[in-house]
Design a protein around this ligand. Sequence first.
Ligand code: 2M8
Length: 455
Amino acid sequence: MVKQVVPSVGPGENPTVESAPRDRAALVALARATLDGNWEHDHTVPSRTLYPHQWSWDSAFIAIGWAHARPERVWSELTSLFDAQWRDGRVPHIVFNPAVSDAAYFPGPGFWATGSVDAAPPTATSGLVQPPVHALAAWHAYRRAPSDQARAALARLYPRLVAQQHYLASHRDVGGAGLVSIVHPWESGLDNSPAWDDPMAAVPAEAAVLRAYRRRDIVHAAAAHRPTDLDYARYVAIVTAYRAAGYRDGDLAHRHPFLVECPLFNAALGAAEHALAGIAGEIGADPGPHRERAARITAAVVDRLYDPTTGTFHPRDLRTGRLTAARTVLGLTPLILPDLPARQVEAVLVEARSARFGLATAMPRPLPSHDRTAVDFEPQRYWRGPSWMNINWLVRQGLLGHGHAALAAGLGASMVQLAAVAGCHEYFHPDTGAGLGSPAFSWTAALLLDILAED
Ligand code: 2M8
C-alpha cells in the first residue's frame, strides 16, 4: 500500500521524511490531485494557504503540468494571467483574487494600491514582474498537447508575449547593455537568495518597520524556513519607493535602491525569444526578429554576467557596477539558452558537477539553491539552500538542450525520488529530502507530471 500522507511542516515543527516511496502511478495521482485542489475557477493558486492568489511565473510552470492533466487549463491559466497585463506590457507578479480578503496575504492589494496607476488594469495586481518564462512554458505545453484549439489559443497569446518582452527590453534596460534590471528581489523569484545579500545590505531599512504590518507567511510556515523580518523590511522599503513613483521606470538609475541584472531573469528573456521564434513559425508569423533578439541577449548575458575567474554566472549590481560574489544556483540557469557558447556550457557543467551543487548521472538529491560549501548555506531557509523543482526543471531542460541526456536523466530521477518520498512540497531539505514550506505546492506537482510523462 503506497502512503499518500505528506509530512507535517507546521511553524516550528521539524519535518520528517516518510519511509515508503510512492510508485509512479501514485505520484501521478498525487500531482494531479494537488493541481486540482489548487485550481481556482480560471487559474491555479501556488498554495491554498501561503499564496492564495495567482503568481506570474508559477502560472507558467503550472501550465506545463496542465498539459498532462487537463490540457484546456493550460490556456485558461496563461490567459487569466495575461488578462491582467498592464498597458505598458508588464505582466504583474501577483494577480489578486477579489474574493480573497486583503489580510490573507501580505503584502495584499491594499499595499500595492495599483487602482490609481494609469497603466494598471482594473484587476488589483502587484507592480513588479517575475522571470519571463511564459513563452517557453506556452511553447513547451503546446508541444506536449497540440490541438487546433491549442494553436488558436497560442496565436491569441503571442502578441501579449511579445508585448511582455517589449516592456522588459524597453523599460528595464537600465544598464543600457541589452539586459533587464530587476528592481526587487521578488522579481527574481529567488526572494532571499544569497545573490541579493550585497545589494540588499545597501537598502536602508529596520526590522522594526514590520511592527506596522502583519506577515502572513509565518502563520503558515516555520519562520526559520522563510526570509527574516529584516529581509521583509527591505522588501517593503523597495516596493514603497517604486510605488511612490507610480511604478514608472524612467530614471530608475538615479532614484531606485535596488537594481540588479539577474542571470536567470535574463536567460529567461533570451529563452523566451527562442520560444517565440518557434511559436511564430507555428502560427504563421515571422520568427526572424525573435532569433535576432535571442542572439543579442545571449551575447549580453555572456558579456555582462559570466565571470571567467569563477567559471559561472553572477548577478551584476548596477549600484556598484560589480558582479555579486555568491555562487548560487542562479549561475547555472543560462544553460536554458540554446545558443550559449560551448565554453560557457562547459564551465557551468564543471560548476554544477562540483561539490557545490552535486550534479551527476546518479545523484542522491536534486540541485540545492545555493552552494553547499558556502558558509552561508542554510539548508532549511527558503532560497538559501533548499532544493526547488522549478529551478531543477529549468536546468534539466538546459542539459537536454545541450545534449547532456545522461546528466538530465540523473537530475530528473533525483527530482522524482524526492517527491516520491516527501510529496509535492514547495521546497525540500537538500540533504535529508524533508518537505518544507507548503505541503501541496502547484509547480512541484506540475513539473513532476512533465518529467514523469517523459519516462
Ligand atoms: C515566493 O515569493 C512570494 C513573493 O512573491 C512570497 O514569498 O510571498 C517565491 O518563492 C516566488 O518565486 C514564488 O513565485 C511565490 C509564489 O509561489 O512565492
